[in-house]
Every structure is written in structure tokens, then in C-alpha cells.
Design a protein around this ligand. Structure first.
Ligand code: GTB
Length: 218
């Protein structure tokens, strides 16, 4: 049976694929697993039925038979463990690939999200510019270290895997900030991820949610 994931009914980013259902869609496309999508409104996400699936009232969720998961990282690990293509078989290589998944979510994403939140919530504060400069510096620091480690390699640890998938989606969150461009090998790394057919399909599918609504509007 095809799994069902949840995604925003109204795409706040107008189809730019920044919400975290995009990484789950991409993983499912990479492994060739068909899936269904249940679109949820902001109101529905906070209701008891959705909170049974996601205690924090968020997307994405993943349902497969009796199994219900939340947390994009955990969902992607589950997908990668059940299909070939996103994690190496050899134990040490697999452990390293999982380490990159954690690094993307626990070390690189937090300063990027902090910066994003400041842009959204603190723009009118008198200390905004100063604080943003501080947050930019924290992001640069992380990206500088990541850039050094990646060097001129194609992917983080040999072949493309779940760690790269997560890292690319995390770095994409910097779109429009001008920060990623200051690290050319990371820009090229993100471009390689976006060029993958599975990314393109996942992106088109989430964009169709937005364009479908636009076509139906009015
Ligand atoms: N740690 C969880 C995971 O990795 O799955 C975080 C899940 C999460 O933050 N979900 C967000 C959500 O449901 C959507 S992705 N928010 C609603 C709420 O908390 O009430 C975050 C997101 C949303 C929108 C954009 N955007 O439009 O640009 C970007 C990122």
C-alpha cells in the first residue's frame, strides 16, 4: 500500500518547496515509491485527529499501514531503511551517512532557521539589523566549515544519499539571502541536488498544489 504524507493545503512560500514535506517527497521519488498526499489547513493541523499523528500539530507526517511517523528526518530514515538507494549497505558507510543526516538537521539547519525566523518576526524591531548581522555570521560559520569539508567532492560521503538530500533541502532555505552564493562549492552542491530527476519531480508535485489552487481561485 502506498504511504500517505501530509503537506500544507495553502503553500505559504507560493510553491517554492521550502516546507518540509518537500524533503519527504524527494526521498520517496529517489527510491521510486509512489505515495499519496493529504493536504491539511493550518486549522486542521492543530485539531486532535492530526495531533494523533503529529503531537506538535505540524507537517509532514507519514502513514504506512499501522505505522504513523512525524519528523522529516525520522521519516526519511525510515524510507531509506526500507528501500535501496539512500543509504549504503556497508555498516561504517551507513553510519557515516546517518551522521550527515543528523548534521544537516541538528548542526546546519538550526542557525538557518534562527535567521529565517528573525527575518519573519523581528523585521520591525529597532535592533533587527544588528541581530541579523549576528545571525548571518553564525550561518557563515557553519557554511564555512561545511564548505571546507565538502571541498571539491560531489557529495558529502561518496555517493549521493539521505544526508545529502537533507543537507540540500536545508541549504535551499537560504534562497534569496545571498549567503549561499558566498560559498561557491555549496551553491554548486545544491545545484547538483536540484538537478536530480527525483528532486525535479518532487518539486513539480508540490508546486502543483499551489498552481492548482491559483487556477481554482476566483
Ligand atoms: N522538526 C520538524 C520536522 O523536521 O518535520 C519540523 C516540522 C515543521 O516545522 N513543520 C512546519 C509546520 O508544520 C512546516 S515546515 N509549521 C506549522 C506550525 O508549526 O504551525 C517549516 C516551513 C514552513 C513554511 C515555509 N515557507 O513557506 O517558506 C518554510 C518552512
Amino acid at each position: 500500500m502506498a504511504p500517505t504524507i501530509t503537506a500544507f493545503e495553502e503553500s505559504p512560500d507560493e510553491g517554492q518547496g521550502q516546507a518540509r514535506d518537500m524533503r519527504v517527497r524527494w526521498a520517496l521519488e529517489e527510491v521510486g515509491q509512489r505515495y499519496d498526499v493529504r493536504l491539511v489547513s493550518f486549522k486542521t493541523m492543530k485539531e486532535a485527529a492530526h495531533r494523533k499523528l503529529h503531537p506538535f500539530g505540524q507537517i509532514p507526517t507519514y502513514e504506512e499501514g499501522d505505522l504513523a511517523l512525524f519528523e522529516s528526518g525520522s521519516i526519511i530514515l525510515h524510507i531509506a531503511e526500507g528501500h535501496a538507494g539512500l543509504l549504503p549497505k556497508e555498516a561504517s558507510a551507513r553510519a557515516r551517512a546517518i551522521t550527515w543526516m543528523f548534521a544537516a538537521l541538528n548542526t546546519v539547519e538550526p542557525p538557518i532557521v534562527n535567521r529565517e525566523m528573525a527575518e519573519i518576526l523581528e523585521r520591525k524591531k529597532p535592533w533587527y539589523k544588528e541581530h541579523l548581522a549576528y545571525l548571518d555570521e553564525r550561518v557563515h560559520e557553519r557554511l564555512g566549515d561545511l564548505s571546507k569539508r565538502l571541498g571539491d567532492a560531489e557529495w558529502l560521503d561518496c555517493a549521493f544519499g539521505a544526508g545529502d538530500l537533507l543537507m540540500v533541502t536545508v541549504l535551499r532555505r537560504l534562497n534569496g539571502s545571498g549567503i549561499l552564493e558566498k560559498h561557491p562549492n555549496l551553491s554548486a552542491y545544491v545545484a547538483r541536488g536540484k538537478a536530480r530527476p527525483a528532486f525535479k519531480q518532487a518539486f513539480a508535485d508540490q508546486l502543483a498544489v499551489f498552481t492548482g489552487k491559483q487556477a481554482g481561485a476566483g
